[in-house]
Design a protein around this ligand. Sequence first.
Ligand code: AMP
Ligand code: MN
Ligand code: MN
Ligand code: MN
Length: 284
Amino acid sequence: MSIFNADLHCHSVVSDGTLEPEALAARARANGVDLWALTDHDEIGGQHRARAAAQAQGMAYLTGTEISVTFAGITVHIVGLGFDPDDAALTAGLRATRGGREERARQMAESLARAGIHGAFEGALKYVGNPELISRTHFARHLVDSGVCSDTSEVFRKYLTEGKPGYVPHRWASLSDAVRWITGAGGVAVIAHPARYKFTANEEFALFSEFKAHGGRGVEVVTGSHSAAEYVTYAAMAQEFNLAASRGSDFHSPDESHTDLGTLPLLPGQLTPVWELLDDRILR
Ligand code: AMP
Ligand code: MN
Ligand code: MN
Ligand code: MN
């Protein structure tokens, strides 16, 4: 089967999405996706369900995750695709990466309380599907539903981002560990939504160079986080660094996400799709 509509980036209730893996699979299929990956943040607990749901929908599947990394003081996301979901080192690495989230969330709530917003930890917890994965998104949902802000993008603009109340700096996994966990489990590592990072040109060059040196092989070019102009910029970066290209909506929720599963433009034709590197890892 040739792949036409691949969507290799989205989130379920196992991290900060609002749909169950089965509902995401059905939605992806309804939107014409023929190769899907669920990429929950720092967590692969949904992989067996997602794989079974994809199979039930007659859709090909690649295992996935999105690992939080700190590089040059900035949070970078590395997507892993096509790994063994039962790999012990990957499982342990992700568990360690999740480990600081509860304490961070308590500190975020204390910071919000100093700004006059009380009870945010308990409030955010009401939206959490996985107790090990409390994220800024859950705080954002609470601040919207309690009337502090009118939508989640306003929350991130006014709170939870650097320099704003509720922001707590956090040290995630190292780039080398994240790439090693993924590749060690038989997968391919992909730089997620590179246009989102506030890097200088030198820092971005360092990210791509070090990522390659550690064994990273892909970059997201067409993602819900990029503009059309950024598709062009990162298509050129993929070619310059000889990286395969990935495509994914980064869908989180029907109520919040502006890009639905399977609805992005196709990858530019001159690029190598990342799934061509993973042909033997695709569950059909
Ligand atoms: P965390 O891993 O807890 O730092 O949360 C990161 C998540 O917050 C991302 O994966 C997005 O889902 C969400 N997020 C970050 N920035 C924004 C933004 N500006 N608007 C909406 N959601 C955002
Ligand atoms: Mn997210
Ligand atoms: Mn991300
Ligand atoms: Mn994501």
